[in-house]
Design a binder for this molecule. Structure first.
Ligand code: FMN
Length: 324
């Protein structure tokens, strides 16, 4: 049987995806990115299916699923280990108007593993299958994808990938490390090449997206070609660099004014969309944006002293004024 690719079918290859990153890739950051060079696809960070299935949890978590039309195509990522809650969450994701649903089967966080979710599902293929099927049932015609790793404590890609392929997902993103390895060893990209071969041998039309340590767009294009991946996902290289998907612009060649302006826009959007979110989230961005030029340290520490988004906006505005 062929997979339902939905919107994935329309994407130009190599597909370029911004990785889901908790507390980093919210709608504010996604909007700052898309104005400077839009990836083929955005993901929300992972949201608990159990939480979404409870009234109180749902109220809190809906802000993590906020998006604007300009961010399309956008896929909601969920995690969980209870098929019934995955089914309910998938129904909600469909109702909220997302273009697709992704299931996290790679997260190494202890709290997630303890629930039997994220990377723990690699050790429980029968449940993993049930979860994908529950998502497909709940999400109606939305394409379902999976984000995973090479294995739990050893590389079992060959058998694990077949388990997933049997459920006919639209796409599989593979972070080329095991769960145990966290991010501590270089990603093994030759395994992405192997994943593509396995998919071809199985005669599946599911897309294979490679992930791990991609530095920039040039690196992404090279890896897509070398390993024949349908797409490439970039994560940490986007920290403080909303120009990451722009082929013509390199952040290191930009003026401080341009960088401050992007950060100011980011802080203003954060303040508008998430008035009650912990401001510490925004501070992580300050450190990533403001680095690599003279005077960066002083500006960074002034920004770090601000206690609210409004305060940081005033600091940034005054720095921008001084540059004029
Ligand atoms: C701060 C942070 C948060 C992350 N949150 C998620 C998440 O919510 N869901 C997910 O599937 N992966 C998450 N990841 C993993 C990334 O999506 C990606 O797989 C990993 O960073 C490797 O890619 P990179 O080398 O391009 O960063 C997170 C990574 C980081 C650094």
């Amino acid at each position: 049987m062929k997979s339902n690719l939905g919107f994935w079918k329309k994407l130009k290859k190599p597909i370029l995806a911004l990785a889901p990153m908790a507390d980093v890739t919210d709608s504010a950051f996604r909007q700052v990115i898309l104005k400077r060079g839009k990836p083929s696809i955005f993901f929300t960070w992972f949201v608990s299916a159990d939480g979404l299935s409870s009234k109180k949890g749902k109220k809190n978590l809906l802000k993590d699923l906020y998006f604007t039309e300009s961010e399309r195509p956008i896929v909601a990522q969920i995690f969980g280990a209870k098929p019934e809650n995955i089914f309910q969450a998938a129904k909600l994701v469909k109702k909220l108007g997302f273009d697709g649903l992704d299931i996290n089967m790679g997260c190494p966080d202890k709290k997630i593993l303890k629930q039997g979710a994220g990377g723990a599902l690699i050790k429980n293929p029968a449940l993993a299958k049930e979860i994908i099927l529950a998502a497909q049932k709940g999400a109606g015609n939305l394409p379902i994808s999976v984000k995973t790793r090479l294995g739990f404590d050893s590389d079992i890609l060959n058998e694990w990938l077949l388990t997933i392929l049997k459920t006919n997902p639209a796409a599989i993103t593979i972070h080329a490390r095991t769960v145990k390895e966290l991010s501590g060893v270089p990603a093994r990209w030759e395994r992405i090449g192997e994943a593509v071969k396995i998919r071809n041998k199985y005669k599946s039309n599911a897309l294979i997206i490679g992930n791990g340590d991609v530095k920039d767009l040039k690196d992404a294009f090279q890896k897509a070609k070398k390993y024949k991946a349908d797409g490439i996902m970039l994560g940490r290289s986007a920290f403080g660099n909303p120009w990451i998907f722009n082929e013509k612009i390199k952040k290191e060649n930009l003026s401080r004014e341009k960088i401050f302006q992007a950060l100011l826009e980011h802080a203003l959007l954060f303040k508008k969309i998430y008035p009650r979110r912990n401001f510490a989230v925004m501070k992580k961005h300050f450190a990533s944006y403001i680095s690599g030029f003279s005077g960066a340290k002083e500006i960074r520490s002034r920004l770090m002293e601000s206690k609210t988004a409004s305060e940081s906006v005033s600091v940034l505005k005054s720095f921008l004024e001084r540059l004029k």
